[in-house]
Design a protein around this ligand. Structure first.
Ligand code: PEP
Ligand code: MN
Length: 249
């Protein structure tokens, strides 16, 4: 697995791919700060059927254009179904299984059977926001049943539903550490794990200081205009400053 200057797997990008200009501005920033993984989300599992569901197959053209301009960047994209996996598998480097599908066992089996290490670098498996550590590990066992090796799995901690926290979510670093101690590569999602931009970069710093394998962070060229999760999006300027400072340490 290729890592950036900080020796970590840093994945940056918008909650959802919206258009070429949006993703190009983030790709340009990523390249400048030495980050190679980009959130390139074509499919969005949304609570409301009336919310933007992602560009879907139309977004593939955008990613092809982006790849031509930035051949070194790697794309991370969530899939929620077998048919979405079939679309994503040609263009995506890391296939993400989101919190809502952590226990979609048929999807896990399908991905395990159809994983191609020549095309895909890893499967990113989020912990469901109401799932236990054991359920998370069992979900990873589904992936490992067939073609996915343990070191090709990135377990991602994205927080649990919380009735005490102001933002409704709590990052569970203990579960994440337990998975790390069990020999998994573990990355942290401080964006969905805090739901507010004020907390994203401090939690990113904490995650890297705790020596997790990396982070996945939502960035948008104009956070207030993001079509989804705008409260937690950080700006390109703040992101650039943060990672430049980090690279100097
Ligand atoms: C995402 O990362 O785009 C996402 C939908 O996150 P989660 O599955 O953690 O809610
Ligand atoms: Mn999001």
């Amino acid at each position: 697995m290729i890592i950036n200057k900080t020796n970590k797997i840093i994945i940056l990008g918008p909650c959802a791919l919206e258009d070429y200009d949006q993703i190009e501005s983030i790709a340009t920033m990523a390249t400048k700060i030495g980050v190679i993984y980009l959130r390139a989300q074509l499919f969005k599992p949304r609570t409301s059927p009336n919310s933007f569901q992602g560009l879907g197959i139309e977004g593939v053209q955008i990613l092809n254009k982006l790849r031509a301009k930035f051949p070194k960047l790697k794309f991370v994209c969530e899939v929620c179904s077998e048919s979405q996996f079939e679309i994503a598998k040609e263009i995506v480097d890391i296939v993400q299984i989101g919190a809502r599908n952590m226990q979609n066992f048929e999807l896990l089996k399908y991905i395990s059977a159809n994983f191609d290490p020549n095309k895909h670098e890893a499967i990113l498996l989020k912990r469901g926001f109401a799932n236990t550590y054991k359920e998370w590990i069992e979900a990873s066992n589904y992936l490992m049943q067939d073609k996915v090796a343990k070191d090709q799995i990135l377990l991602c901690e994205r927080g649990s539903r919380s009735f005490t926290s102001e933002t409704g979510v709590n990052l569970d670093f203990v579960n994440a550490l337990k998975a790390k101690h069990a020999g998994f590569k573990v990355i942290i999602d401080p964006s969905h794990g805090s739901k507010h931009c004020d907390y994203v970069l401090p939690l990113t710093k904490a995650s890297l200081a705790m020596d997790f394998a990396g982070v996945i962070v939502e960035v948008h060229p104009s956070p207030s205009e993001s079509v989804s999760d705008k409260e937690q999006a950080i700006s390109i300027e703040d992101c650039t400053q943060f990672f430049n400072e980090l690279n100097q340490i």
